[in-house]
Design a protein around this ligand. Sequence first.
Ligand code: SF4
Ligand code: SF4
Length: 82
Amino acid sequence: ALKILSGCINCDMCEPECPNQAISMGEKVYEINPDLCTECVGFYDKPTCISVCPIDVIITDPAHIESQQTLLEKFQHLVKSD
Ligand code: SF4
Ligand code: SF4
């Protein structure tokens, strides 16, 4: 999963672009729900939130390092539970 750093300026560019609805407003800045973020696996070649973020404050969450296979399985699980 990815993570939004505290430097986020709440520009709201990323939230509507997330195919998994993993991004929402947190206490101070936007946050990514690691249970919903597939790093865009299953949808796009690259994480779309990173592509649209104007100030590059989205990184791989060091607390949620996942393999491509794990991300794919998460995507398949999320699609099924829709
Ligand atoms: Fe959503 Fe993709 Fe960003 Fe994860 S990487 S928060 S799935 S847009
Ligand atoms: Fe924050 Fe970047 Fe998302 Fe804008 S696009 S709300 S700066 S993480």
